[in-house]
Design a protein. Structure first.
Length: 277
């Protein structure tokens, strides 16, 4: 494994048709490739945000030639990129789909996946609006924590609301994760106050790199999306970010930095309290 890796996070805006969403993502992947990224993270639900018939979509995407799965495989192979494919609904006719984060290597092979463990069932208030989110009405819970081997590092996989559950990230560190991905669709209300704060907190607590790729549409009349996609180093420094624009953020990360910080401040060795999940 090389110690210096160029990573990228993509920030897209949800559009009304699958074809339009995939065209948008394709252009952003081309830009990430042009900037010589090796691994790219896409936002949560980048292809199907706002769709209602998730069970039917999940049945389509359960197949290796499902429209989004085939797209991700083709793009990874053509552009020679590792792609963490946000999330895609995957399921069957007998149950609600899972929100699945698919990982493709630069040959276009799907090497592993992670199913979102924590589903967003919450009421989000602001001075001007009140929104109720019930993700578990549409999705099933995942149950397996995933750290996978790549050509560059050990990669931990999480999604959106997972970010609020520190114990998950502690387990990813214990499993050897060096870089953790967070495809997301953080709301404009929670994102403003919590998104970057949580990314940085998880990075500092666990002394690893965090890659947060968020959908964006702050002007959306309801259920606005924050954006603010960012790359965070193990010290908690934001080394690359986007605001409310569609685009790509890239950074060269040095995995030796993580080892150095952990050697100088071995917080995991100093832990006196052990918590049960």
């Amino acid at each position: 494994m090389t110690n210096i890796v160029k990573v990228a996070v993509i920030q897209s805006r949800p559009l009304k048709k699958l074809e339009n969403n995939l065209n948008q993502i394709q252009q952003l992947l081309i830009e990430a490739s042009r900037q010589r990224a090796s691994i790219v993270v896409l936002p949560e639900n980048f292809a199907y945000y706002g769709e209602q018939d998730l069970q039917a979509i999940g049945c389509q995407e359960a197949l290796s030639n499902g429209p989004v799965r085939q797209f991700l495989s083709e793009q990874a192979k053509r552009l020679k990129l590792w792609i963490v494919g946000g999330t895609v609904p995957v399921g069957d006719n007998n149950s609600k789909p899972v929100a699945r984060s698919l990982v493709y290597d630069s040959s276009g092979h799907c090497i592993d996946h992670y199913d979102k463990i924590h589903l967003f069932d919450a009421d989000v208030h602001s001075e001007s609006s009140q929104q109720a989110y019930r993700e578990s009405d549409s999705y099933s819970y995942g149950n397996a924590i995933k750290t996978i081997e790549t050509d560059f590092c050990k990669l931990g996989l999480t999604v959106c609301y997972d970010l609020r559950f520190a114990a998950l990230y502690h387990q990813l560190r214990a499993a050897g994760s060096q870089l953790v991905t967070v495809p997301a669709a953080f709301t404009a209300i929670t994102g403003r106050d919590h998104w970057q704060l949580l990314l940085r907190a998880r990075a500092v607590e666990n002394q690893f790199f965090m890659l947060g790729a968020n959908l964006v549409d702050r002007a959306r009349s309801s259920r606005g999306l924050w954006g603010g996609s960012a790359i965070i180093d193990p010290w908690g420094t934001v080394i690359a970010k986007l605001e409310d624009e569609v685009g790509v953020a890239t950074a060269d990360i040095n995995l030796n930095m993580m080892d150095d910080i952990r050697a100088r401040m071995p917080v995991q060795n100093h832990a006196r309290l052990k918590f049960k999940n």
